[in-house]
Design a protein around this ligand. Structure first.
Ligand SMILES: Nc1ncnc2c1ncn2[C@@H]1O[C@H](COP(=O)(O)OP(=O)(O)O)[C@@H](O)[C@H]1O
Ligand SMILES: [Mg+2]
Length: 362
């Protein structure tokens, strides 16, 4: 598969602060790729090194197989969409979208055709004659998107483009962005700190942590098989349980929590004695069905939180001081368990993951 963007051992230093630390990845042509991580982890810097607004101190950035070492921003086949859309207020929607093509001195007929197509793509055909102040936030962001796509970049760079929109509109725009990306087939390189956004839209996600990539995988693999403690806690809700490693190969380890021994997938041979098991809240069963799971035991209910579609329990595993959070669907078929009740809990060992406890003193 051809790659549109490649980073080879790229680092970026600001003063004595290492903002991006030796990262490597490649983005297949036509895919939706997200950089996901908390504020300050180096996402924007990575995007800016792709666009040419920032230069690596080490390593190389390639676009469409070509090194960008001597290629300035304006000569790169990329275009950027920002959170602040910065439209020209005195121009109509169509004029805003046409602007880049006018600068390039494209023929009038071609400009009209391409602007028409771009507006149709983002669903704004009927708004062509409006001024930005006559648009909602979501519509302005669509204009910004049309303005970037009309230039037919090889790679579209998007830096938290939905950050200024309210939650409902943001979710609607996520589906819309994904549809547009599929339709035009342009490679999208998308920056966000919002895990839901990244999980919804991406083909691949690079989870960044302090300037490094902790994991690069499909959304499902990131969720089901977090490679590090950071990924497990940043994405979704997981119990992070200190365990003793009884035995380990490169693929699985046997562990013990209290008196419960079970086998868990791992991505490395765990030689130390301490590990952390990551177990998603919703993967733990509670009540009679828990007994059918390949790991099960008894627990006492310590807390019950009702939240409509689900019920969250905090339970203490019998014979240990381990507290687990369990999220059970509220399907209306049975009454919630009550405080102090002893219940069965259980899970599929294969649905958990274990990694080394970096702070453990083994
Ligand atoms: N031009 C700059 N000068 C100094 N420090 C910077 C500059 N740009 C970014 N940084 C720092 O580098 C780190 C990563 O920034 P950034 O890439 O913007 O993170 P993110 O987009 O993930 O929030 C931050 O600590 C930020 O303060
Ligand atoms: Mg940023």
């Amino acid at each position: 598969m051809t790659s549109d963007v490649e980073f080879h051992g790229v680092s970026k230093v600001f003063g004595d602060f290492l903002a991006v630390d030796n990262i490597s990845f490649s983005i297949p042509q036509g895919s939706f790729f997200s950089l996901l991580g908390p504020s300050g982890c180096g996402k924007t810097t990575t995007l800016r090194m792709t666009s040419g607004f920032e230069w690596p101190d080490r390593g190389d950035v390639l676009i469409a197989g070509q090194s960008m070492q001597n290629v300035p921003a304006y000569a790169r086949p990329t275009n950027m969409v920002f959170q602040r859309w910065a439209l020209f207020p005195h121009m109509t929607v169509a004029q805003n979208v046409a602007f880049g093509l006018e600068i390039d001195r494209r023929p009038r007929a071609e400009i009209n055709k391409r602007v028409g197509e771009a507006l149709e793509l983002v669903g704004l055909t009927d708004f062509a004659a409006r001024k930005p102040r006559q648009l909602s936030g979501g519509q302005m962001q669509r204009v910004a998107l049309a303005r970037a796509l009309v230039k037919q970049p090889k790679v579209l760079l998007l830096d938290e483009p939905l950050g200024a929109l309210d939650l409902k509109l943001r979710m609607q725009m996520q589906l819309e962005l994904k549809r547009i990306q599929r339709e035009v087939g342009t490679t999208f390189m998308y920056v966000t700190h919002d895990q839901g956004e990244a999980l919804t839209m991406s083909d691949q996600i690079a989870v960044m942590n302090k300037g490094r990539i902790d994991q690069l995988d499909s959304p499902q693999a990131i969720y089901d098989r977090p490679a590090t403690r950071f990924v497990a806690s940043f994405i979704g809700n997981a119990n992070l349980i200190p365990v003793e490693i009884l035995e380990s190969s490169a693929k699985e380890a046997s562990v013990a929590i209290g008196g419960l021994k079970f086998t868990v997938p791992t991505t490395e041979k765990l030689s130390g004695k301490k590990g952390i098991v990551s177990l998603r809240f919703e993967r733990i069963r509670v009540g009679p069905e828990a007994k059918k799971q390949n790991v099960s035991g008894k627990a006492t209910i310590r807390d019950v939180i009702f939240s409509g579609s689900s019920i969250t329990y905090v339970v203490t595993l019998e014979g240990s001081d381990t507290d687990l959070t369990v999220e059970a669907p509220h399907d209306g078929t049975s009454a919630p368990h009550s405080l102090g009740e002893t219940v069965h809990i259980g899970w599929d060992g294969g649905a958990a993951t274990v990694f080394a406890d970096e702070n453990g003193n083994g």
